[in-house]
Design a protein around this ligand. Structure first.
Ligand code: SR1
Ligand code: MG
Length: 414
């Protein structure tokens, strides 16, 4: 480890290997019992394929658990980019909060070790990462309902619509410390795609757009407007990295994992990020044969997710008992207009965050497998170009896309 990474590891921290992960789990009775049998017969695989952490699956006679451990650096880049271990703390906090609101969607945690920056949690099986399934062309009939529910519940119940000002401030304060993770988002999503940042990369066939975007004043202003919202609108607890790699699915079930980027931010942030990842999956389908129907399914799932969020959030709005929009001010006669105004702000944010997420996944450091798995660079560039032009238009002209109808037309016009 580099000196910088060592400095970020407290005494007592040690990055585990499959062998030491088994020894660690065997020492904790509750975990050892859940895995079952003789630890010398357990198997352990490191399966982390994300950008940051170690993920072990430990299997034994009675079951299996997942052990997720933060590394003191960015795995994607290496030890030259140190990253605080404290992100495990925020992930643990957010998992607990989200579990309260959506226990069927958020994995259960069994054990948390602050010094080792690790969480032992429920092993989800036969769940698989949604992004991989979207690349493979698989459909999930309940996905939009589950995702819309997750968004409505977690965002409403952590906001001033459900909480008193005191409760909200107390809940929000701990997340103010997740500085390094927010800084990654601030740099990678809102800034770096718009100048010649050293870690940027793009497919050769879209060099022209990469350069043009760096000179595009309306686009850069729109992206900075979204950064401003990210920095200055602590409306609700956001997952912070809600892409299709943070979602696990079976034919009937859906789980949301990995909230280590959790922060208090704009309600539209998670929704916009998610929508962007569906949109990228949509455009990436052009590299596969016979996916016209499947593209329709992706688009309808993305829109149905947003619509489910809107209708569930609207229902929850009727029961609001928090600091904002109190019934002594907003009477029954005012309620619909108040909700409408709130929803307009959320929708505008959704479109903006959707746009910046697409752009950074094509021109910035952290790309997505939807495009990266397209081996033919010419085909990949064609798909990415469509996605970029869509994203630019969405960001710069948000007001022109107030309903799914205009959004659908824009996506289909690329
Ligand atoms: C350096 S981390 C790059 C990206 O990976 C995570 O999943 C987040 O999306 C982050 O922006
Ligand atoms: Mg992640």
């Amino acid at each position: 480890m580099t000196n910088a990474a060592v400095k970020l590891s407290p005494p007592g921290y040690e990055a585990l290997t499959p062998q030491t992960a088994v020894q660690y789990a065997a020492r904790i009775k509750k975990i050892a019992d859940a895995i079952g049998g003789d630890p010398t017969r357990w198997t352990c695989d490191e399966v982390g394929d994300g950008n940051l952490n170690l993920v072990f699956i430990i299997r034994g006679a009675s079951g299996a658990v997942v052990l997720k451990q933060a590394l003191p650096y960015v795995r994607l880049v290496g030890e030259s980019w140190p990253l605080p271990l404290y992100r495990a703390h925020y992930e643990h906090l957010a998992l607990a909060e989200q579990y309260q609101h959506t226990p069927k969607i958020v994995p259960q945690t069994f054990h948390y070790d602050e010094t080792m920056a690790l969480t032992v949690m429920e092993y989800l099986t036969p769940h698989v990462i949604l992004r991989k399934e979207l690349i493979a062309g698989k459909r999930f009939p309940n996905l939009a309902a589950h995702l819309g529910h997750f968004l409505a519940q977690t965002l409403f119940f952590t906001s001033d619509l459900a909480l008193t000002a005191e409760e909200k401030r107390n809940k929000m304060t701990p997340y103010l410390g997740n500085i390094a993770m927010c800084k990654i988002t601030e740099d990678l999503i809102f800034d770096e795609p718009y100048f010649a940042a050293p870690m940027n990369k793009n497919t050769a066939g879209i060099d022209d757009l990469a350069k043009a975007f760096q000179q595009d004043t309306p686009l850069k202003l729109a992206a900075q407007e979204m950064k401003w919202r990210f920095l200055n609108a602590p409306e609700a607890l956001c997952h912070g990295d809600l892409h299709t790699g943070s979602i696990m699915v079976t034919d009937t079930d859906m789980r949301v994992i990995d909230p280590e980027f959790a922060f208090y931010g704009p309600i539209g942030f998670d929704i916009g990020m998610l929508l962007a990842n569906f949109v990228m999956a949509y455009f990436a389908q052009d590299a596969h044969e016979d996916r016209a129907d499947y593209k329709e399914w992706i688009l309808s799932t993305a829109l149905a997710t947003f619509e489910t969020f809107i209708s569930e959030f609207t229902q929850l709005w009727q029961s609001r008992a928090g600091e904002a929009y109190q019934s002594r001010v907003i009477t029954a006669a005012d309620s619909a207009a108040a909700l409408d105004a709130r929803m307009q702000q959320i929708s505008s944010d959704v479109l903006g965050f959707c746009g910046v997420e697409i752009i950074r996944r094509i021109l910035g450091l952290a790309h997505v497998a939807d495009f990266e798995s397209i081996a033919d660079e010419t085909k990949r560039a064609k798909c990415e170009r469509k996605a970029l032009l869509f994203a630019r238009e969405l960001l710069v002209n948000k007001a022109a896309y107030p309903t799914p109808k205009e959004f659908t037309a824009l996506i289909k016009n690329q």
